[in-house]
Design a binder for this molecule. Structure first.
Ligand SMILES: [Zn+2]
Length: 701
């Protein structure tokens, strides 16, 4: 007997500002549920944890838009999303919430321990502030133009177009999302996790993960190469977990910091619910326990870098053993868009269709190694051609035959032939191989392997021709039908992780002894079925007609039409803007070539910077690599001044920095701005401020 495993499985906490769609399900939930159900049937000790992520700026913005409180918003989505998961058979041991006191207390403990141990740094920084609403504009509360790619709708924390993480102050033409006004810049103090201090330990730890997916390893490798910087873990907001320090009113923990701790508090809540409040430690602090995070690829950095660093800074917590991140799911060949309602929402789906059909279709088309596509035609085909015509057909013909010629009773005391033994052996092998595939996060192959077992079952039935045997050799016919019942028992188990509603219904109809979930995966093909009396046969899969999926296709076609209109309107507006700008430029006939307007000059953002550090760049004799303080931020700038200045000569100097040029790489280093210099053929002089007490970050007008 193999040793039983102890596994804590988590699925990414769904964010409580909207309903769940099929992209979420394919990313972090269905693969986890399949994995958990399989390991339970193996007899392993598994706890499956999830919960609603209820803090952060998008929730406060969504609540404000609807004129309700953030609490009202998250209460609504908690119920909706909990019921969506239950409706699809995603069966967590606990679906918790990050707004619960147990989570607030756990997150605050984590923060305080790191604070006490000197693992955090506090820094004063400049942040945008909305004077009309008297509030700091954290993250998405400010929008503007991305300094990297020029996207005019970049959010303060990240540009969705080019994927860059942004310092809100680097946005060009910033505006407040709340009031639409241009924000002012104010000072505020925040706590940061200095990730650079964890980089070596993280790299060494990740280097031991030989069997992790390429997407996770490549992503982390990229982050390490760039070098980990300080990550703010607090925010100026009203909604969230208060920073547990004196004089920190109006400050809360940043949602990326508190959300993953939600896995721990959700496990604590589970332990309390089962009446063993200390039991959670057996899953978080017992090195025998495996910790497996199921996520989508957009969450890799939080689960493979940030959260492990937070865990390393605590006492005796397990680090993740595996992070099987999935890629994205597309819909009918297009990217899903929640804001444009181009998605299949789980609550809508469940109103018209059975959960198993979606589970099966998604499992067979999971974005495991690359983005995958979901279409309603595929769902219809999966249901009709596979679930109904292959799996359903075998069960139906067996059950009908047994009902007609054996009074619904599985024959006893039969003598098996070599063919019978062979097909039973194929079931044994199928269970083993499907299980191994699930265990290695290859669900597409796993569900295909399971369906191959049903194909083999039909081939066996056709080859044995029980309808002929019935007239020629009733004893042999009995052996074949007994074998078919054994096959159904094996199929019942092998399909349980993928389509559990079907499996429960089949188990009940077949009147198999015991409970399905008591069974051992590896022994399901052995199960004694002789003598059982089958209940009234029922239809397990009904065909889906074109008319059944037509309303869905129509709804998506309308969404596409709407999206295309919106995209066209955006493009037209951009074109008109460009045209009017060029007409404006052309309407200044007297201007000599090279004359610019005051608006054009205003586009260049110049600030006073103070050089903090300077060093030569190997193999680049003209370049100095500088660290320049710009008030709210420090930038790395490569300047071509090394022939004229020694590094120690420029440190401490005030310089003039062009702040809104695109960042670019020079000799492998990112240069995040440009210094103004007076240049002739043989001399370069840095422009500095006449007085030396000008503060870094002072704008130049
Ligand atoms: Zn961008």
């Amino acid at each position: 007997m193999t040793k039983k495993r102890k596994i804590l499985v988590t699925s990414a906490l769904p964010y409580s500002n909207g309903p769940i769609h099929i992209g979420h399900i394919a990313g972090a939930y269905l693969p986890a549920d399949i994995f958990v159900r399989y390991h339970r049937l193996k007899g392993d000790d598994v706890v499956f944890i999830c919960g609603a992520d209820e803090h952060g700026v998008p929730i406060t913005i969504a609540a404000r838009k609807r004129g309700i409180t953030p609490q009202q918003l998250v209460d609504e989505y908690y119920v909706l999303n909990r019921d969506s998961f239950a409706g699809l058979g995603i069966k967590f041991d606990n679906f918790s919430r990050t707004s619960l006191p147990i989570h607030h207390a756990t997150s605050q403990e984590f923060f305080l321990k790191m604070h006490r141990d000197g693992k955090l740094v506090s820094k004063e920084s400049k942040q945008f502030y909305d004077e009309e609403h008297k509030m700091f504009l954290a993250d998405r509360y400010v929008q503007g133009t991305c300094p990297h790619c020029g996207n005019t709708n970049a959010r303060g924390d990240q540009c969705e177009k080019c994927g860059s993480w942004l310092d809100p102050l680097s946005l060009i033409n910033p505006r407040s999302v709340i009031s639409g006004t241009v924000p002012v810049v104010k000072s505020t103090t925040h706590w940061y996790l200095p990730m650079a201090r964890f980089q070596k330990d993280l790299e060494e730890w990740l280097a031991t993960k030989k069997d992790w997916k390429d997407n996770v390893m490549n992503y982390c490798g990229g982050w390490f190469k760039e070098g980990l910087g300080d990550r703010a873990i607090t925010r100026d907001l009203e909604w969230g977990i208060p920073v547990p320090l004196p004089d920190s009113e109006g400050k809360v923990l940043y949602v990326w910091f508190d959300a993953p701790i939600g896995y721990i508090s959700a496990t604590k809540e589970w332990a309390e619910k089962i009446g063993e409040p200390e039991r959670w430690k057996d899953y978080w602090k017992n090195p025998e326990c495996e910790l497996i995070h199921f996520i989508g690829k957009d969450n890799i950095v939080f689960h493979a870098i940030f959260f492990p660093a937070v865990l390393m800074a605590q006492d005796g917590y397990n680090l993740p053993s595996q992070i099987p991140a999935n890629e994205f799911l597309n819909l009918e060949g297009r990217k899903l868009s929640t804001s444009r309602d181009y998605a299949v929402w789980v609550p809508d789906y469940l109103k018209s269709f059975a959960p198993d059909i979606l589970r099966y279709t998604l499992a067979a088309n999971l974005p495991e190694n690359k983005d995958a596509d979901f279409s309603w035609k595929t769902l219809q085909r999966c249901n009709n051609d596979e679930l109904a015509n292959i799996l359903g057909n075998f069960i139906n013909r067996t059950v009908t035959f047994l009902g007609k010629y054996f009074d619904g009773k599985v024959p006893e005391n039969v003598k098996l032939s070599a063919e019978d033994e062979a097909v039973i052996d194929e079931m044994r092998l199928g269970l083993q191989e499907t299980g191994d595939l699930i265990d290695h996060y290859k669900n597409r192959q796993a569900v295909g392997r399971a369906m191959d077992m049903a194909r083999a079952a039909n081939r066996y039935y056709d080859a044995m021709e029980p309808w002929k045997l019935r007239k020629e050799d009733m004893e042999r016919c009995g052996a074949v039908m007994y074998t078919c019942a054994r096959i159904i028992r094996a199929l019942n188990t092998v399909f349980h992780p993928f389509i559990p509603f079907f499996a429960d219904s089949l188990f009940d109809m077949m009147n198999f002894p015991g409970k399905l979930t008591d069974a051992e995966w590896d022994d399901a093909w052995k199960e004694e079925v002789a003598g059982i009396t089958i209940k009234e046969p029922r239809i397990l899969f009904s065909k889906l007609e074109d008319k059944d999926i037509a309303p869905e296709l129509e709804r998506l076609a309308k969404a596409v039409e709407r999206m295309e209109k919106e995209e066209a309107a955006e493009k037209k507006a951009a074109d008109e803007y460009a045209k009017s700008a060029s007409e404006k430029a052309a309407s200044v006939p007297s201007a000599p070539e090279g004359v610019i307007t005051i608006e054009e000059l205003g586009k260049v953002i110049l600030k006073v910077g103070r050089i903090l550090e300077a060093e030569n760049v190997p193999k680049a004799d003209k370049l100095l690599k500088l660290k320049v303080d710009l008030g709210g931020e420090t930038r790395q700038i490569l300047a071509g001044i090394a022939l004229y200045y020694k590094p120690e000569e420029v440190v401490g100097k005030n310089v003039i920095v062009v702040c809104n040029l695109p960042f670019r790489k020079l000799r492998g280093f990112e240069s995040q701005g440009m210094l103004l210099c007076a240049c002739t053929d043989d001399k370069v002089t840095l422009l500095t401020t006449e007085k030396t007490d000008v503060a870094p970050g002072t704008p130049i007008q």
